[in-house]
Write a protein that binds this ligand. Structure first.
Ligand code: 4NP
Length: 159
């Protein structure tokens, strides 16, 4: 069982959607026994909050229903998760600052996006509604590519 944690700032826009999309790809490939995932934020602004309604509505238009409650990154997460995936450079810096145990598998989400390798997932929180579709598309392909890399490295074939 591989455990993957998706991390953004508030844990209401980007990372809960990344979690939901990664899980969608896992389930579509029948790999529920091999992977578990969760998400959290580096900040404490939205602990206990549901995902942003704009993000939920946009995902529903794309055929995806999901729910989550906001939580903040903890020391325990570094021990619990095999892979930690940051949405942007600022999240990555915040995670590394707290990486006391020297966790070696911390990535950026778009390290797995062949369209713009290593770029930030833009934060849609303060922007217009079209930002949510952009983020959905970026996360849909990046989480699938992540799953493909993880399965290839474990010798599992996916469709
Ligand atoms: P997220 O977006 O990091 O993708 O969840 C944000 C949500 C809330 C805030 C900033 C970004 N905020 O400042 O409250």
């Amino acid at each position: 069982m591989k455990k993957i944690l998706f991390v953004c700032l508030g844990n209401i826009c980007r990372s809960p959607l990344a979690e939901a999309l990664f899980r969608k790809h896992v389930e579509a490939n029948g790999l529920q026994d091999q992977f578990m995932c969760d998400s959290c934020g580096t900040a404490d602004y939205h602990i206990g909050s549901a995902p942003d309604q704009r993000s939920v509505a946009n995902a529903r238009e794309n055929g995806l229903d999901y729910s989550h409650r906001g939580r903040q990154l903890s020391e325990h997460d570094f021990k619990e998760f095999d892979y930690i995936v940051a949405m942007d450079e600022s999240n990555l810096a915040n995670i590394q600052r707290r990486n006391e145990i020297g966790h070696a598998n911390i990535f950026k989400m778009r390290d797995f996006d062949s369209d713009a390798k290593g770029a930030d997932v833009p934060d849609p929180y303060f922007g217009g509604i079209s930002g949510f579709q952009d983020v959905f598309d970026i996360l849909d392909r990046s989480t699938l590519n992540l799953l493909e890399e993880l399965t290839e490295s474990s010798g599992i074939k996916i469709s």
